[in-house]
Design a protein around this ligand. Sequence first.
Ligand code: ZN
Length: 621
Amino acid sequence: MTAEVSKSGTTRRVFLWQSFLALNTLYLYPAFGEGGSNSAVLSLKIYDAETGKLMPCSVALRTSTGELLTQNPGYNDGFRCPGEFRSALPAGQTTLVVTRGFDYQSETREVELTDGKTTECEIRLARISPLHKDGWVCGDNHVHMKHGEGKILLDFPFLALTARAEALDYMSAAQQWNVDTVTPEILTRACAEVSTPDCMLHWNMEEPKNYWKGDVSHCMGHCWNIGMRDVAAGGKDPIAELFAMSAGDYQKEKEPTPNFESHAFIHSIGGIAAYTHPLRFWRGAWGGRNGFPFENEKFVSNMAQELPFDTIAGPTYDSIDIMMQTKERLVNQLGEQLWFMLLNQGYRIPATSSTDATFDNPGRAIPGKVRVYTRIEGELTLAKVAAGMKAGRNFVTSGPLLTFTVGSQGIGDVVPVATRIKHKTLVQAWASGAPTEYLTKIEVIRNGLVYKSIEITGKPKTHAVEFEIEEDNTSWYIVKCYGSQWSQYAVSNPIYFEAPGFQAPQPAQAQVELQVVAAGTGNSLNGSYEVIEMIGREPKVVSSGEIASGHAAFNAPATSRIRVRASGCEPAMKSIFIDTPTLLNATLEIQPEALLDWTTYENVRKTLRQIQLKFEMRSSA
Ligand SMILES: [Zn+2]
C-alpha cells in the first residue's frame, strides 16, 4: 500500500512537472530562455516544513530587470510551482514571494543571482493554524475549466497543480471540460489521475443554471453542487440530465424546468446544491439573437430568483454562497443580508463560498481566492464534505481563519437553552498567511446585529478571545473576523441557541382545487388525479385521489405536478409552480429588493393556500 502510494506519487510529480514544463516552454522561455542573454540560473525548492517533502505553491518571482514571471495568461500573479523550479534568469537581485493558500505562512526572499552560476534557494512553508489537524478541509466548488470563450485551454494536471498550490484540500471542476467526450466516467478518471493524498480533484456542475425560456432577466438561479454520484437511477448520465433541465441564456426553445426539480435530482444521486451569487445582477447590453430584441439597459440577472419559492416550499436547496470574490463587494453584502433574513425567519441555511474562477479567461484562473472550510471526521471524501456542509459546519473566508465554540459545541451545533445561564465562548482567529496580513477585528453577531466587537491592535497574526454568552432565547450567533483591509474577512456559520418549543419552519403545502372539464363542451368530468414529485425528469407518484363531477380538493407538496386522467381523454399534467401565474410571474419578475424582503416569501405561502388548476381534457379518440 505504502509502496503503491509513493510510486504513484512519484509518477504524479513527473507528470505535473512535464505539464508544467510544457507551459513553461510556452510562456517563460521566450522571455527568459536560452535565446536570451541570461546566464544566471535559479534552482528553487519549496518544502513542507512538517513532512520535509516538496510541496506545490504559488510563486511571484520578479527578476532583476523588473519582470514578473508568469506561466500562462490564466494566472497573472506569478506561476504555479510543483515544488521545484529551475530556470535561467537575468543576473542580479531577484525577489521571490512564495505563498500557499491562507493556512501557510508565506515567505518573501531576496536572492542575488550571479552570471555563470546556479543559485540554490530552499524554502520551507509551515501551517499557521491547527485547523487541518482538527478536521477542517477547504475547497472551491465553483470553478470552470472552460466557461465558453475557451481563450486559454488548460489540462487536468494544471488544474490539480493550481489547487495544490492554493492548498485546497479538494476542488470541483465544472463545465465545460477540456476533454473530447463528456461523461461522468471520463471526468472522474481524468480527475482521479491527477488527485493526490493532499488534494482531491473532482468534477461537478454549475447546475441548475437556468434562464426561463432563455431570457437573461428571468434567471431562476445558479447552483453548484457537490457529492453527486456518477450514475443516476436507471443508468442515467447526471451531466446530460442536468444540462437537459436548465436553459442557458438565449435557449428559448428548451422545455422550462424549475430549479427545484433539478435539486431533487441532485439529492437523488447523493449531492447537495448551493445557490451561488444569489444577488448578482447588472444592467447592460443584451439581445439581438434568437428573437430577443437588442436592449442597451437590459436587467441581466444571475440572481436566485426562484429562492423565495424554493425556501417556502422546502427549502429545496442546501446552502447559499454569501461570499464570492471580494471584488464583488455588493453581491457579497446583499448575499449576507439575504442569509441573515433567512436565519432570522428560522431557516437554518448553511452559508458557503465559491469563486466562479474560469480557467479559460485571462487572469481568472484563481480558485480558492475565497473558499469554504468544512469540518469532517476522518479521511476526506466528498460525501463527508457534502454532509458537513449541509449540517452547517462551515466558515467562509477570503483570508483569515477562525474557530468558534460555545462550551463543547462548535459551528453548526445547537445549544439547548432552558434557563438563562452563562455559556463559555471561545473565538480564535488567524490572519491569512499572505504577506503582510494581520488581524484587526473580531465581531460576534447575534440574530443579525453586532453583539460584541473586539478591536485588535498591534497587527497580530493570531488572536484569541474568551467571553460569556448569556442566552435563554432561540437565537443564532456567528463570528466575523477581519484582516488588514475590508476585503480580508471570514464569516462562520451559526451556533444556534434553542429554547424549548422551537420549531423550524415546515415546507409549505399547497391547498389545491382541481377543476376538470372536457375541452370544447366545458362539461365536468369524473376521473382521477395523481400528485407527482419530479426527481429531475422522472415522475414519482406520491399520492392520488378521485375527481367527482369535475372537482377535487387536496393538499400537495408545493413542488408537485398534478396528473389528471378521465376516461376517453388524453392524460394531462400541470405544475403548481409553473401553472399558477401568481407564483411563476412573481419569480420571473422579481427585483433585488423583493428578494431581500420577507413579504415576498410570505406571499408565496399565501398563494399556496389557494391553488386552482383548471384542466381542459382533450378527447383521446
Ligand atoms: Zn459559474
